[in-house]
Structures are given as C-alpha cells and as structure tokens.
Design a protein around this ligand. Structure first.
Ligand SMILES: Cc1ncc(COP(=O)(O)O)c(C=O)c1O
Length: 465
C-alpha cells in the first residue's frame, strides 16, 4: 500500500493548534531563543510546539491557554497514580515545612528505609540510588564488565536504555535495510560502539545464534522486559527465560531494564512475573512517585564491584543529587502505598488500560482505519496500563517485534509518529509518539472522552488517506 502524504493534514493541524494555543506558541518562540528546540527532552517537544503546562492533577493537565487536556503520557510513564498524588505531595509539604527536603549532601534514615523496601519488593540483595535511568544503565554496564572481565555488551534492537554512550546503538530504526543496526549519536568513539552487539527482540533463534557467536565474550545482555520506545512490545516468557539460560551458560550477566515496567504491573519488576531473575535490574520512573530517582539493584557480589571492599573497582559514585532527600521520601511513601493497596490499584490499572486500548482501536476502526494497540500482557494474564497505538497495513500483521512496528511497509509509521500526537492534542488528549498509559486516577468517563477524541481524529485523518 502506498504511504499516504500527510503534508497537507499536518499543515491543517499545525494551523489549528496555533489558533487554539497562542500563549503556548509564544512561549515556545521565546524558549527557542535559549533552549535548543525550546526544551530539554527531545521527544516532549511535539511539533510545531508543545502545550506549556500550568497544572497537572490526576489524569489531567491544564495548559497556558486554559485547555484541560486528558494526559496519557503521565510524567513520561512515571505517574502510575496520576499527576501529583496527594499521598506524596502532602508528605513532601510536611517535610519541607519541617525543614527537611532540599539537598543536604548527607545521609539520612530514609535512604536506608527505601533501600530495604525496594530490595524486599524486587527480591534484590543490594541497591544504589542514582538520579536517572541513563546513569543507572551506564553503571550497570560498568559493573558487568568489571565483574566478568569482558567488554562486549549485547542489547536488543529497539531497546532504549537512556542517553549514555555505552548503549547508544540499535535504538532508532532506519529504512533501506539498515533496521536497528545503526549508531544513534555522533561523538562516540568507534571502540565503544564496536563493543555493542545488537540482537533481535523476541527472536529466540537469533538470540541463540548470537550467543553461539559471541556469548563467551559477553559481559552482559541488557533487555527491557517490555520495550518502551521500541513500540511497547512485551517480551515473551520464552524469550526472557532463554536470555536467562544463555547468560548463565555463557557466564554473562543478565540486566533487566525495568525503568518503565518496575512497579507498574505489581509492586516489583516485570521479570519476576515471567519467573526470570536478573543479575542486575534498573528501576526509576514509577519508583520515585513523581520525584527524580533511579536505581541499580541486584546480586550482592555484582553490586560489590562498586563497594569499598573491592577497591572500589567501579566508580559508581558521584551524583551531587543522588539519593535526594525529597526523592527518597516520595519514593518510600509511594511504594508503601502501592504495596499496601496493590490488590485494588493494579487490577484497576489493568481494567483502564484494556478499556483505553479497546477505545482507541474501535474509534479508528469505525472510520475504516485499522488501529491496534500494544501494551497488553496477555501471556501473563496480567492487567496492563500501557498503550501504544499502531496502524498496521493489514489485520494479519503481528505487532510482536520492533521491526514490525517501525517498518513502513508493515505499519503506517508516519501516522503514528508524526500525525497522531497533534491530531489528538487539538482534541485535548496528550500522548507522545503514540505512547501512553492509564493512571489509577483516570475514570470511565476519561475512557469515553478518549474514544470520542480518537473518533474525531480518525475522521480528520480519513479525509487525507
Ligand atoms: C527503558 C528505559 N531505560 C532507561 C531510560 C532512561 O532513563 P532516564 O530518562 O531517567 O535517563 C528510559 C527513559 O525513558 C527508559 O524508558
């Protein structure tokens, strides 16, 4: 099927967005004078300009132009309970009023309490906190290299482990037969990029072949148990268990990057639901209850690479703001809440996620546009709040690999990546690159609102196909 030309539709949408949101447009223009592209995280900068937020509560945000917008982006997937959950903000307000909360540069009891809590929930032996997922995956790779005495790192095409030099390969899909084989940033020494091997996600045969080839030189295999940026594709149990088995057999470490998946489907990691125990795991996003904190956790003897007893061999240190007091407090309060209420929170999140996926698919389907959402965890019979919309070229196309969802011959990638965000934003729904998630504060009325917004967006798109 020929790829539709969406140029005229994008112009129509941009004009409408500008008309509806003159204040955000003006702020963006001002922002671009000093900030590269007007912001500090590329994918949040919806083109031609993003809505500038003044308020965010529960499932909704309010922008400078006074629009109330249904938000499925939810803090870049950090906000399982919605924006600014009161259990966290009330505790933070109390702490700040009592003279505790901004950076102290010291240690406190909260860090110890949170470490114990996260280790219990994730069955980890040791943990160290950082300020971002990017730093955490970088430290994990350093520890894996030091522990094994090997240098090659394997990741899956479509896997995103943050903007850090050791894993910036195989992230973006490139047409023309390159697929996920490319390097994703200039400025990286070739010795570094050559040390990254890229395998195929959810392809057990290819994984086994790759281990046959380079398994004995591998320091680690790092995988997301559900690809995020790579299309919200859930790993199969078979794939993850094989990854575990091959790593053990070849003496490589398995690192599960649970940045998106940790504490999202139950109060622990997604690996555990598959019966897979990694050597190291990365947590962040939901971990902080909306405050910045990430962590590397796992086997004591691997984490010991960063400890005094070994030298330390790995400089997993620094971080002026690491284990920030307010983040430690927010994370502890938030995780305790998730743990205590897991029986009500997770089933509700699963229900909302399923209803939202169905709503998106049906609304586009009614106008003759085939839409399918990834994000469900059908194989585990576990509810999932995750949603990414795709527009496959045919019903028969399976959306179980990142190659399938990024190949323009199999999916209408331009509709998903370029058009959808703006087409929904002018209907007061916010998601980024078709990625979203339900928060527990969303309601059945919000699902109906989403369905209606998708219907209107679909009708508009249909006129240009
Ligand atoms: C799976 C995964 N790993 C790592 C990261 C990087 O985390 P951060 O943005 O906190 O550096 C992200 C961020 O989106 C992610 O989704």
């Amino acid at each position: 099927m020929a790829n539709p030309d969406y140029t005229a539709l994008l112009t129509e949408l941009a004009d409408e967005h500008r008309r509806r949101s003159p204040i955000s447009a003006a702020i963006h223009e001002q922002a671009c004078r000093y900030l590269i592209d007007g912001g500090s995280h590329a994918i949040r900068l919806i083109e031609p300009f993003p809505p500038r937020i003044t308020e965010a509560r529960g499932g909704w945000i309010v922008d400078e132009d006074g629009h109330r917008i249904l938000d499925l982006w939810q803090g870049h997937m950090a906000n399982v309970l919605g924006h600014n959950p009161e259990i966290v903000t009330a505790e933070l307000s109390r702490a700040f009023a009592g003279g505790f909360g901004t950076q102290s540069g010291l240690v406190d009891r909260l860090q110890a309490e949170l470490a114990e809590l996260v280790c219990r929930l994730t069955s980890s032996e040791r943990i160290r906190f950082t300020t971002s997922g990017s730093l955490s995956t970088m430290y994990a790779v350093l520890m894996a290299r030091s522990f094994t005495g090997r240098s090659t790192v394997m990741k899956a095409g479509g896997g995103w482990h943050g903007a850090q030099p050791m894993l910036l390969k195989g992230v973006a899909y490139r047409d023309g037969g390159v697929g996920f084989g490319g390097v994703d940033s200039r400025g990286l020494p070739s010795a570094l990029t050559e040390s990254i091997a890229v395998t195929n996600y959810n392809d057990p045969q290819r994984l086994a072949d790759d281990f046959d080839r380079v398994g004995d030189t591998l320091a680690c295999l790092i995988l997301e148990p559900m690809l995020g940026a790579g299309g919200t594709i859930a790993a199969t149990t078979e794939y993850l268990r094989l990854a575990r088995e091959l790593c053990s057999k070849h003496g490589a470490l398995l690192i599960l990057d649970e940045m998106i998946t940790g504490f999202r489907f139950h109060p622990g990691g997604l690996g555990a639901l598959h019966g897979v125990t990694p050597d190291l795991a990365i947590y962040g996003k939901a971990l902080g209850g909306g405050m910045p904190v990430a962590a590397v956790a796992g086997r004591a003897e691997v984490m010991a690479e960063a400890g005094r007893a070994t030298g330390p061999r790995v400089a997993f240190s620094g971080g002026t703001y690491s284990a920030h007091p307010a983040s430690m407090l927010a994370a502890r309060v938030f995780l305790e809440h998730l743990d205590e209420r897991s029986n009500e929170i997770y089933p509700r999140l699963g229900e909302l996620g399923a209803a939202m996926r169905t709503a998106c698919e049906s609304s586009f389907g009614e106008t003759g546009i085939l839409a399918r959402c990834t994000g469900a965890l059908d194989e585990l019979s576990c509810g999932s709040s995750m949603i990414t919309l795709h527009f496959p070229r045919a019903e028969s196309i399976r959306l179980d690999t990142p190659e399938a969802v990024f190949d323009p011959d199999r999916c209408d990638v331009a509709l998903r990546q370029k058009v959808l965000g703006l087409a929904l934003l002018v209907e007061d729904v916010h998601l980024v690159l078709a990625h979203g998630s339900a928060a527990s504060t969303h309601t059945d009325e919000d699902v109906a609102f989403l369905a209606e917004a998708c219907r209107r967006a679909a009708e508009r798109v249909a006129r240009y196909r």
